[in-house]
Design a protein around this ligand. Structure first.
Ligand code: TYD
Length: 139
């Protein structure tokens, strides 16, 4: 299925207020519409650096600014949408077939990613031209 940036959205994550600090909880197939197979996080991103710059064929992800802030620009080959993430109780759901760039990392920010598959390099599309061709082939 040909996905679009409009299939991607920010979801609210369960948040428990507590005077000694808050807790947010993410549960498989409840908070996220997939089974989490892998968790990774980006941190110590140098100022001005960008990450991403690729698309996935099958991988679904929930991207959370666990600390600090950054921008995620999604691109389906036709439309681009930029989301500013800066709340640990919100997450951006990214469907397969979407090119993404992560920019404007604040100092000390942590980008937490929950993923639907284990790491598989063959799931990546790392060339933008190849991504555009891939999207054109899809119905
Ligand atoms: P990549 O996903 O390209 O980085 P980003 O999108 O954050 O810029 O990953 C960078 C490298 O890290 C990749 O070449 C291999 C390694 N890597 C793993 O080994 N396992 C993983 O789960 C991820 C996400 C990356």
């Amino acid at each position: 299925m040909k996905t679009s940036v409009y299939n991607c959205s920010v979801i609210e994550i369960d948040k428990h207020h507590h005077e000694k600090g808050n807790i947010s909880v993410i549960e498989n197939n409840n908070t996220v519409p997939f089974e989490v197979k892998r968790i990774y996080y980006l941190y110590d991103v140098p100022g001005g650096e960008s990450r991403g710059g690729h698309a996935h064929k099958e991988l679904r992800q929930l991207v959370v600014a666990a600390s600090g802030s950054f921008d995620v620009t999604l691109d389906d080959g036709e439309v681009k949408r930029t989301f500013s993430l800066n709340r640990p109780y919100q997450g951006l759901l990214v469907v397969p077939g979407i090119w993404r760039e992560l920019t404007n990392f604040s100092s000390g920010s942590v980008c937490l990613v929950l993923a639907s598959m284990e790491y598989e390099e063959s799931d990546y599309i790392r060339e933008y031209e190849e991504f555009i061709d891939y999207k054109k082939q899809q119905k």
